[in-house]
Design a protein around this ligand. Structure first.
Ligand code: SAH
Length: 219
């Protein structure tokens, strides 16, 4: 496929359409759009679905999990309001795509995954792409990473019935957490939590659908 004359350098027509779709779905933050221009979703989708990497839909990855829909990745990243000095925790590495987007906006990204093969593949990909500010860890992310607390931002990319208590506790005052909340087999609500001096403010953002946050380690 040829690159049109007015395309940002190296961006194929398919990737330009991808960015256009994100804009048409309401993504306006220039920093988020530019991060999504720089990170190629195709690197994160392997096998028979790689041809569909630029479509705005979730796709299957290994271990029965999914890479999230790009417009949802973009809107969650926007809602997180990540700054260049932020230390971010992501729960649910999956393919590593969301972490890679965050790596473009934050100082440091810690991402945790309960399935060892997914974590290994994601870390390999981060190394290959030179995304040196991401660290991938294998653990049950519902407990966060107590040794690295507090976090400026926390993003959970699997649905919990309630925002996990340990994660709320690991958010710094003034910090923001974005988490899908609800039963796993129904439509869930994306929640933004802001930690204040005295407690937590909750705001409902939109309906989403994620795989469940599962306890313990996977295979
Ligand atoms: N952010 C991912 C999408 C992940 S799908 C991406 O960009 O591709 C959700 C992921 O959360 C799955 O890989 C699943 O294994 C993981 N997960 C579910 N419960 C978890 C838990 N308690 N701790 C860590 N990871 C968990």
């Amino acid at each position: 496929m040829s690159t049109p004359d007015n395309a940002p350098e190296g961006l194929t027509e398919a990737r330009m359409r991808f960015i256009y779709t994100l804009r048409s779905r309401g993504v306006t933050d220039a920093r988020v759009l530019s991060a999504m221009e720089r990170i190629d979703r195709r690197d994160f989708v392997t096998g028979i679905f790689s041809d569909r990497a630029y479509e705005d839909m979730p796709l299957p990855i290994a271990c029965g999990q999914t890479i999230s829909q790009p417009s949802v990745v973009a809107l969650m990243t926007e809602a997180l309001q990540v700054g260049p000095r932020d230390k971010v925790l992501e729960v649910g590495t999956g393919s590593g795509y969301q972490a890679a987007i965050l790596s473009q906006l934050a100082r440091r990204v810690y991402t945790v995954e309960r399935h060892r093969p997914l974590a290994r593949e994601a870390q390999k990909l981060f190394d290959k792409l030179g995304l040196t500010n991401i660290t991938c860890m294998i653990s049950d992310g519902s407990y966060g990473l107590p040794d690295l607390t507090p976090f400026d931002r926390i993003i959970v990319t699997a649905a919990a019935e309630d925002p996990p208590g340990p994660l709320l506790a690991q958010l710094r005052v003034g910090g923001i957490m974005v988490v899908p909340v609800g039963q796993s087999d129904t439509v869930q609500t994306l929640i933004r939590v802001v930690r204040t001096e005295t407690g937590y403010d909750y705001e409902e953002l939109r309906a989403v659908r994620f795989v469940p946050l599962v306890e313990g380690l996977g295979h």
